[in-house]
Write a protein that binds this ligand. Structure first.
Ligand code: G3H
Ligand code: ZN
Length: 284
């Protein structure tokens, strides 16, 4: 069933688990997510980045996501990931997304607040949930790219002020994770999560969660993280499996034979993450 981001994340916050938010670009990825969620009875968030929307087209991607969410017997939210473009955010709302992220984190604080507030007013007027970002998460995710030197951790007091001014429903915080493939080991500032959670009422979001040790993800959840974004690990599952199939079957010309196993591999990765996040069984 299609629900808002808020419905999913407030339950996670209340019961102390996290919901996986998985990036989608095509039908097979959406199917893998929904099947994993159904089989584990997990609430789940399907999210599309600006790049994903450009690749598939908003009509196709929202159409696929809506069919999947409406058919599902577990709660599903359809979310825009890292929205930076006013027109595209409004278009996503119009196409049935139940949650949007406004990422104005590159702007100075007061400008981030102004942009975030504008989107929040529009989204809330039509019952759509809003995620915002404060601090700068390093690495590259489609159109979002922050050099390691420019990455800045979220300041807890600033987070409190940001929340009072914007009234968003969830907050993405920068605490040491990074988008994309890690060069070294991520070093998460767990105490910062605790500090922010003390001052901010809404569910907190962890980006750049691929490649992070499962023990670290569990610790982050125990400190107040309620939504965990995963993209890179799914890309790797999907692509590596498809490549492997193509290598072993050089004469195959049927895309289904290659994409079917890729979908299965991705589903297995998602189910493993759902166990770690503690969302298994929480749909009922
Ligand atoms: O917004 C999406 C994520 O933050 C995904 O990050 O590709 O490192 O898993 P990741
Ligand atoms: Zn992200």
């Amino acid at each position: 069933m299609l629900v808002t981001g808020n419905e999913i994340l407030l339950d996670a916050q209340k019961r102390g688990y996290a919901v996986g938010a998985f990036n989608v670009n095509n039908m097979e990825i959406i199917q893998a997510i929904i099947e994993a969620a159904e089989e584990t009875r997990s609430p789940v968030i399907i999210q599309a980045s600006q790049g994903g929307i450009e690749y598939a087209g908003i009509d196709y991607l929202s159409g696929l996501a809506k069919v999947a969410a409406e058919k599902a017997t577990v709660p599903v939210a359809i979310h825009l990931d890292h929205g930076t473009d006013f027109g595209q955010i409004v278009s996503c709302i119009r196409h049935g997304f139940s949650s949007v992220m406004i990422d104005a984190s590159k702007l100075p604080l007061e400008e981030n607040i102004a942009e975030t507030k504008k989107i929040t007013e529009i989204a809330h007027a039509v019952g759509v949930s809003v995620e915002a970002e404060l601090g700068k998460i390093g690495g590259t995710e489609d159109h979002i790219s922050v050099d390691e030197a420019d990455a800045t951790y979220t300041d807890p007091e600033e987070a409190k002020y940001f929340m009072e001014k914007t009234g968003v429903d969830s907050l993405a915080i920068a605490v040491g994770t990074a988008h994309g493939v890690y060069q070294g080991e991520p070093n998460i500032d767990f105490d910062r999560i605790t500090e922010i959670a003390k001052l901010v009422d809404v569910p907190l979001v962890l980006h750049g969660s691929s490649g992070v040790a499962y023990e670290d993800l569990k610790e982050a959840i125990s400190r107040g993280i309620c939504k965990i974004n995963i993209d890179t690990d799914l890309r790797a599952s999907f692509t590596n499996t498809a490549i492997e199939y193509a290598k072993n079957n050089p004469d195959n010309i049927d895309p289904r034979k290659m994409l079917g196993p890729a979908r299965e591999a991705m589903k297995a990765t998602i189910k493993e993450k759902m166990e770690v996040f503690g969302s298994v069984g929480k749909a009922d």
